[in-house]
Design a protein. Structure first.
Length: 188
């Protein structure tokens, strides 16, 4: 079947308190060799599109990692790779390559701090800069990272960051990756 169907079923089951692991966290497309850790690529993809290659958002973001056409074009240009708009949906490997490269760019921009990079992937880096000015920077000690995440004024983005971080932990566990939880550094 289609990879997005088990994710949808798992989300429904999760609302009732049941965890459908591993079915609800599929890995239908290769993510090794991309710009970022495979667990993060899968976590973003699960949250963005439920692994639906044909997904198009109301903002016109497309494909697995829900790239806006202008963002995809900029990333392709930076990578010096050919790009055509239909490839965002027709070519999963192309979408994953551009999406992971863009997320890697956000990780670099925010000094390796995944919650900021994930929020930027969803709401834009300018918004995250704004929120760091307004609410403070957890990298400088105040507020605590969890408090900063709870202060994200967009409910969609706040939930998005939390779900992606949860998904990373699940994907790492499924892959047998013995790494600390992605929030471990912020939970001291």
């Amino acid at each position: 079947g289609r990879p997005e169907n088990p994710v949808w079923v798992a989300r429904r089951a999760g609302a009732s308190g049941a965890m459908l692991v591993p079915d609800g966290w599929p890995s239908p497309y290769p993510t090794e060799g991309l710009a970022i850790e495979p667990a993060l690529t899968k976590a973003i993809t699960r949250q963005e599109s439920n692994f639906d290659t044909e997904a198009i958002s109301s903002a016109n973001a497309r494909g697995l990692m829900q790239l806006l056409p202008a963002t995809a074009q900029q990333v392709a240009r930076r990578l010096n790779t050919p790009h055509q708009l239909p490839w965002l949906q027709a070519n999963p490997a192309h979408n994953l390559r551009l999406g992971s490269a863009y997320l890697d760019q956000m990780i670099g921009r925010f000094g390796g701090t995944w919650p900021f990079a994930i929020a930027a992937y969803n709401a834009g880096p300018g918004r995250v800069d704004e929120w760091l000015q307004t609410y403070g920077d957890p990298r400088q000690g105040r507020p605590a990272m969890l408090d900063w995440m709870e202060q994200i004024p967009f409910g969609e983005t706040r939930n998005y960051v939390q779900r992606v971080m949860e998904n990373v932990a699940v994907y790492r566990a499924l892959a047998g990756v013995n790494a600390p939880h992605p929030m471990a550094a912020w939970l001291r």
